[in-house]
Design a protein around this ligand. Structure first.
Ligand SMILES: [Zn+2]
Length: 269
């Protein structure tokens, strides 16, 4: 089967609107990774145009909320035919099981902030440490975690586990807005609040993918890091900003992953 994953579109940020080519009806499903709508842009007319057109063309279009549109996502897509709300649920498309978990907070960056971000280098032992930490926030080897960050990690991990993807039919796909910690799709060269590079990705998501045999994970959020990486056997794809990827998927896993350019609507050019 062939999937089209579309990255953050941020409709309403400017007058830009995407062309939706007829050829997209040939995809078995279209996955929207969140931030279709820019913060506060709910009145932009291009939003319903976009969802109506893409849902009409491909009724297996699955959408989850990002950190920009989580407050309005359910309402925005409620009465639009062909658009499936993929948040906190799983959807069967052909052979594939597609689980989704979008953003429910303004910014679902890493579950660990501050101290660890300032001294960043992507350390996978960090994932191990936070997963093993006790309720008081201390890991087996003595690393300490902020209790709020730990709670966030545990809640998010639980939300992912509730999708029960580990026992679903294969191929198994996970759709989130944020990338996983330590992947190339999560890397920021710099951040206004921190000096040097940071991994703006989820530790809980990383842990979940390490433990759950998935075939494909798709995400967005870090606009400048479109591309693919792997976590164990799982291929992870950050779809980027106003662009997409065509992904070939079968019961034996992910085949080719090819960039798809998204053009501005020709009548608006
Ligand atoms: Zn975004």
């Amino acid at each position: 089967m062939q999937l089209l994953v579309i990255g953050d579109l941020h409709l309403g940020r400017d007058q830009w609107q995407p062309e939706i080519p007829e050829a997209w009806n040939a995809f078995d499903a279209i996955l929207l990774v969140g931030d279709v709508v820019d913060t506060g842009a709910n009145s932009f007319s291009g939003i319903s145009d976009f969802y109506d057109s893409i849902g009409d063309l491909n009724p297996s279009t699955i959408s989850i909320p990002g950190n920009h549109d989580y407050q309005s996502h359910t309402e925005t897509i409620a009465n639009i035919s062909g658009i499936i709300d993929g948040h906190a649920t799983k959807v069967q498309v052909g052979n594939a099981t597609i689980g989704g978990l979008g953003s429910t907070l303004f910014d679902e960056g890493p579950e660990v902030r501050g101290r660890l971000l300032r001294e960043y280098s992507p350390s996978l032992s960090l994932v191990e440490q936070i997963a093993d930490a006790t309720a008081s926030g201390i890991s087996d080897d003595g690393a300490t975690f902020d209790k709020k960050a730990l709670q966030w990690f545990q809640d998010r991990f639980a939300n992912l586990s509730e999708l029960q993807l580990g026992t679903a039919d294969r191929p198994r796909v996970l759709l989130t807005h944020v990338p996983a910690y330590g992947t190339t799709g999560a890397a920021l060269d710099s951040h206004p609040r921190h000096s040097g590079p940071v991994s703006w990705g989820s530790l809980a998501l990383r842990r979940y993918i390490e433990e759950t045999p998935l075939d494909l994970h798709v995400c967005g959020h870090i606009h400048e890091q479109a591309g693919q990486d792997t976590i164990g056997e799982t291929v992870t794809v950050n779809a980027g900003y106003r662009q997409g990827f065509s992904i070939d998927l079968s019961t034996s896993g992910v085949g080719s992953v090819d960039p798809v350019a998204i053009q501005p609507r020709s009548d608006l050019r």
